[in-house]
Design a protein around this ligand. Structure first.
Ligand SMILES: [Zn+2]
Length: 410
């Protein structure tokens, strides 16, 4: 049994800060949460407990190449088959690659993240490697695999008729045996027939489907040229994705589509900005019925530190709203916590209540820049740094604890 006393807890799916007399963890659950009054401000230096965060879009495999694509375009840096990322990944020795991934999962735990959805390259081998890193660190990796090499020629993609070959179907079966789902770089990397086959197979195996859409205008234009409709429309119709990544250049009709489908949309504004792309329409999406999540994208582009992503997202959204009033910082914080529930369900909540899993982060609000906070959620979103994380806990187990952290153990 572990306990914290006299702290502040962001409580329930609305993340409302409350004084907390006692928080008890037994096994993997929160078994007691003795709450006081709601409290937006820090009255005396204390610890703040928030839900453990989910990073909904990473490529932890290329975290071994920090800033390697500096000066390269999106296509030259990241696209199949010959982009910098794919060329360099193919050269990584297995043991060293695994060490890099494990180190980055530790870094994620240190920065308050308990789980991530990873878009893993290198086929079955790539998925297995990340699975090992996840088991070594306790950080939950939901792995979305992709084909090791693209199963179609450029000419086949242009015709857009061929289904997956028997060999590709075997690889897909093998991928789904080790991964939690399937993703591909863009809709334009496979044929319409292949997308329908993959939808069917992932459904049969109860696996997740994710796709990068509308990262830049070329995604839409290429899709229009090949298939007569944009990549988002095609994805929703043929692939029925659980998760849509980017929506950077989504226009009003596309935002309306995402809203109608109540899509789970992962925004990655730092990665978009780092590639010189437009910023996603965060404010418009916040006004829609889409469920918004946040990701840090390639390790190559960004550190997988969600506090940095929260700060950037909040400020870009404020600028897009064009006033100092919107959005509520709690709505930004939900993108890495309680908004994960509609996507993953089961024993994943992304919020804290009695009886739920002890998936939490303890923040040091005794620090000079936090101990007089007049708005706790705003301070988490804009001021907390990795050094302020005292502990990260998943299902009652410490993934990370700083030297300053101790909790009462019985
Ligand atoms: Zn991605």
């Amino acid at each position: 049994m572990w306990e914290l006393t006299d702290c502040i807890v962001l409580y329930g799916p609305d993340l409302q800060p409350h004084a907390c007399n006692r928080l008890v963890v037994e096994g993997d659950r929160i078994t007691q949460l003795v709450l006081g009054e709601p409290r937006l401000t820090v009255e005396h230096p204390t610890w703040v407990v928030m839900p453990g965060m989910y990073n909904s879009h990473t490529h932890i495999g290329d975290s071994c190449l920090p800033d390697g694509a500096t000066g390269l375009t999106l296509e030259a840096g990241f696209f199949r088959p010959n982009g910098y990322k794919y060329r360099e990944l193919a050269k990584q020795p297995e043991a060293e690659h695994l060490r890099h991934m494990t180190a980055h999962l530790h870094y994620m735990a240190r920065t308050g993240t308990i789980g991530h959805l990873d878009f893993r390259e290198q086929g079955v081998y790539g998925c297995q490697l990340l699975r090992q890193a996840s088991e070594a660190t306790g950080v939950r990796s939901l792995i979305l695999g992709q084909f090791n090499t693209l199963p179609f020629t450029e000419a086949q993609l242009q015709k857009n008729l061929a289904p997956l070959s028997p060999e590709a179907l075997v690889e897909l079966e093998e991928l789904l045996a080790v991964a939690d789902g399937f993703s591909e770089s863009t809709m334009n990397d496979l044929t319409d027939a292949a997308w329908m086959q993959i939808r069917q197979m992932t459904r049969a195996h109860s696996k997740l489907r994710a796709i990068h859409c509308l990262e830049n205008a070329a995604y839409r234009e290429t899709s229009l040229a090949i298939a007569g409709r944009g990549d988002l429309e095609r994805a929703l119709d043929l692939f029925a994705p659980h998760l849509i990544i980017h929506a950077t250049v989504a226009n009003a009709e596309e935002i309306a589509l995402l809203s109608q489908h109540h899509s789970n949309v992962v925004l990655n504004p730092r990665a978009n900005a780092n590639l010189g792309l437009p910023l996603p329409p965060i404010a418009q999406l916040l006004e829609s019925e889409a469920n918004l999540l946040l990701g840090t994208d390639n390790g190559l582009l960004n550190s997988p530190n969600l506090f940095a992503e929260l700060d950037f997202t909040y400020k870009v959204a404020k600028s897009q709203y064009g006033d100092a009033v919107r959005p509520d910082p709690t709505d930004i914080l939900k993108m890495v916590t309680s908004n994960i529930r509609p996507l993953l369900g089961g024993d994943t909540y992304g919020y804290l209540e009695t009886g739920l899993p002890a998936d939490l982060v303890v923040l040091d609000f005794t620090q000079p820049h936090l101990r007089a906070s007049r708005h706790i959620p705003a301070s988490i979103v804009t001021r907390v740094t990795p050094e302020d994380v005292l502990a990260t806990v998943r299902q009652g187990k410490l993934l990370y604890a700083s030297k300053a952290f101790n909790w009462g153990v019985d």
